[in-house]
Design a protein around this ligand. Sequence first.
Ligand SMILES: [Zn+2]
Length: 133
Amino acid sequence: MTDASHSGGVDAPPAAGTDPASGTGADVREVDDQRGALDPADPGRDVDTRVPAGEDPAARCPYCDRPFRTGRLRDLHVGQVHAEGCSEAEREAYEEADEAELDDLFFYHIKVVVLIGLLFSAFVLGYTVVLSG
Ligand SMILES: [Zn+2]
């Protein structure tokens, strides 16, 4: 009894991708996702860079000659922007740099959490002292 009302009595074929409304929604979402991401198809979209006089960049991209302060930043750039044409060694360097970046981000989050905890404790202690005195 309840089964018929649930299914409607009709086996409708899946309409994924055929509904124009849902297709538009997916397209909009895709555009939103690409806004902040690096576009491997367009390496020329990189911003103009200028190295100050008397300063030597630690590394340069072998594909687009963009200067970088560290080799790790170069490895990340090559792996993200030039992922199609990069060599196996560059791919491994990118994965190592990505891993190190995630570790740094994790420790940054730990520091922020500890700092917030210390600030909260200081406020509680301060209010306790003020209200008790
Ligand atoms: Zn490059």
